[in-house]
Design a protein around this ligand. Structure first.
Ligand code: ADP
Ligand code: MG
Length: 429
């Protein structure tokens, strides 16, 4: 089958003669892999195709009348690609073909040629946007769901506070968020309101928490174990932890494959969440390893006090050890977003003096990048987790996210800034 642009007199013919009869088959998109007049959100795409999963769109094709100038239609295509998170796009009027790529929300032209030269360029076009290429690419880059570990091997530096309030902020911004608590202290499970029973007889967590996702034989799926939390008015799912997680570490440690298991389990929900945040124990144990093996990114909260700073040496070694394992799994090293200053005193003299020295030490001595955002020490942040309600004379904990507790507080502004900084860095803004 050949293509002759002089046979295209209108948009319909560009669609049928170029896209349907020529391009889609040549590029390997069989009839079950593409859709015409595909309605997605508020848009209607001329053609869309996918390489591996029906729930995603890997490329959009827009056909125009042969008299139209393609440059006039770029804005529209760009809007589709950005808003619908489509990685590739093609614009054509039959006479000319332009291919665009969306890399971290930056849409750029990667190829163009004349319609009459398509025959001699089809190999090149196929290598850019053919089904095989896109299937391979999507497999190797994973998907759009981003997994962030929040880790430092020192306790009390604000990890859990960061996890739960960042999750609430992302959710408020419209992201679909999953939180996983991998710390047997279960502070994150508590702070997200899942410990809603007054005494242990009513403990409804121990039969289904993160252990059940990891245990050998008949391990549960993320979906089965995740619960809806109510600490935030913006929806967040949480895979809870439990103090019993401590006791099963030896059992889980016997099986090497456990280290790759959480990543594998998350694959199954990659279309359901935009962001997964993992809270970790202040240790170098199996659960901390799991977090660093599973995540795409690492955020390191630190109060920057001497021990926390010295602990950064351990963090560095720990990252390297886990990167070895990732390498064996065929994954690249974890990407360090940076050290996040937390629980920072608002005292002006401290900010101008000591804080600056401590920040400089993180980058100069410990060679870690420092985030631009700072989470200051504020009573509201500690208080929102300690909220309680009286039910039948019994005091029951009812933690709130800072967003719900005091929506106009300075802490909310700080978390918004942090969320924006992270989204920018992970290409989800
Ligand atoms: N920015 C902050 N301002 C005030 N108190 C904070 C702040 N961050 C954390 N805290 C408090 O410090 C304690 C330890 O914080 P947490 O987030 O549990 O640390 P980690 O998870 O690293 O052990 C908690 O009581 C928490 O309420
Ligand atoms: Mg914690």
């Amino acid at each position: 089958m050949k293509f002759d642009p002089s046979l295209c007199h209108n948009e319909r013919e560009v669609e049928s003669k170029l896209i349907v009869s020529y391009l889609l088959p040549k590029l390997g998109y069989s009839i079950d892999l593409w859709r015409q007049e595909h309605k997605l959100n508020r848009f209607r795409l001329d053609f869309s195709a996918y390489s591996h999963s029906e729930t995603t769109t890997d490329i959009v094709f827009e056909a125009k009348h042969p008299d139209r100038n393609l440059n006039d239609h770029f804005q529209q295509l760009k809007e589709y690609m950005l808003e619908l998170q489509i990685p590739y796009g093609m614009l054509t009027n039959g006479k000319e073909i332009i291919i665009y790529k969306n890399t971290n929300n930056n849409v750029q032209r990667i190829f163009s040629c004349w319609g009459r030269k398509i025959e001699e360029n089809i190999g090149k076009i196929k290598s850019l946007i053919g089904k095989e290429t896109l299937a391979r690419e999507i497999k190797s880059t994973g998907h759009n769901m981003k997994i962030i570990a929040v880790y430092h091997n020192k306790g009390g530096v604000g990890k859990t506070t960061t996890v739960v309030n960042l999750a609430a902020t992302f959710s408020k911004m419209g992201k679909r968020v999953l939180v996983i608590d991998l710390d047997s202290q279960a502070n994150c499970t508590f702070a997200t309101g899942l410990v809603n029973f007054g005494d242990e007889e009513k403990d409804n967590l121990k039969g289904s928490y993160v252990y059940h996702v990891l245990k050998t034989r008949q391990a549960a799926s993320i979906k089965e174990v995740a619960r809806k939390s109510h600490f935030s008015s913006h929806e967040i799912d949480v895979v809870p932890s439990h103090i019993l997680l401590m006791k099963v570490e030896d059992e889980l440690n016997q099986y090497d494959y456990v280290k790759g298991l959480l990543f594998k389990k998350l694959e199954a929900v990659k279309d359901e969440y935009d962001i997964v945040i993992i809270d970790t124990p202040p240790s170098l144990n199996l659960y901390a390893k799991l977090a660093l093996i599973t995540s795409n990114y690492l955020l390191i909260p630190s109060d920057l006090k001497p021990f926390a700073n010295e602990g950064l040496e351990n963090v560095r070694d720990f990252i390297e050890d886990n990167n070895e394992f990732r390498d064996m799994m065929g994954r690249g090293p974890i990407e360090v977003l940076g050290v996040l200053p937390t629980k920072i005193s608002t005292n002006a003299r401290f900010i101008q003096g000591t804080l600056q020295k401590r920040l400089a030490s993180v980058s100069q001595r410990y060679k870690f990048e420092v985030m631009n955002s700072i989470i200051f020490e504020r009573d509201d942040l500690a208080k929102c987790t300690e909220q309680t309600v009286q039910i039948d004379d019994v005091e029951v904990s009812e933690p709130r996210s800072i967003v719900d507790f005091k929506s106009n507080s300075k802490s909310v502004g700080e978390f918004e800034k942090l969320a924006a900084e992270i989204l920018e860095k992970i290409g989800l803004s």
